[in-house]
Design a protein around this ligand. Structure first.
Ligand SMILES: [Zn+2]
Length: 190
């Protein structure tokens, strides 16, 4: 009958080729010069029209923007990247109707509840930033439209930061009563 022999070793050329192509591809990808989807060059040509020298510079800009507009843009999600980019992160307006929310409890007359922070619908405002493996440059795109009032009317909905407190102090110094800045009916009881 049939003798037991080792089956012939069949080299799977398809797999081998794909593997070789994959290795070659990985070596050829240079994030500094690639124009592939997700690369810094592609992003610059596809809507990422803001640019900072570093993550620190971006954070300074974000702080300033939040203070200037009386808005809160909080980290929403972050995606880890590939050979072409390191992270892809989104900051959304805190009044957008999704995501978790900590309710502030009033403790003193200088603090207030932020219980109705989230609006019924969604707010389109967001900042998207990307970082890359070969440079400290951060690219970003910014949707600055809100579906609700910003500025003074939005102050009571944002988390107070030191910079915001300073801004309010400046407004008060320029003659605005703090009741005009932040309406807090419950403070009448104190
Ligand atoms: Zn908003």
């Amino acid at each position: 009958m049939s003798s037991i022999t080792s089956p012939p070793v069949v080299r799977d050329d398809t797999t081998a080729n794909l593997s070789q192509i994959g290795q070659a591809h990985a070596i050829l990808i240079d994030p500094a010069t690639s124009r592939l989807l997700g690369s810094i060059t592609y992003d610059r040509e596809h809507g990422f029209n803001l640019e900072w020298d570093s993550k620190e510079a971006f954070k300074d800009w974000l702080d300033n923007e939040q203070t200037a507009q009386s808005i809160e843009l909080r980290p929403s999600k972050i995606e880890r990247g590939s050979a072409l980019y390191t992270t892809n992160q989104i900051f959304r307006c805190a009044r957008n109707g999704t995501g978790g929310l900590k309710l502030y409890q009033k403790k003193t007359t200088r603090e207030w509840k932020i219980e109705s922070k989230r609006i019924a619908g969604s707010c389109p405002s967001l900042v998207q930033i990307k970082t890359y493996p070969h440079t400290s440059v951060v690219l970003g795109k910014y949707i600055s439209n809100h579906s609700h009032a910003i500025g003074m009317e939005n102050l009571k909905f944002i988390r107070m930061r030191d910079s915001t407190c300073e801004m309010i102090a400046r407004m008060v110094r320029y003659g605005k009563n703090d009741k005009d800045i932040v309406s807090d009916p419950s403070s009448d009881n104190n």
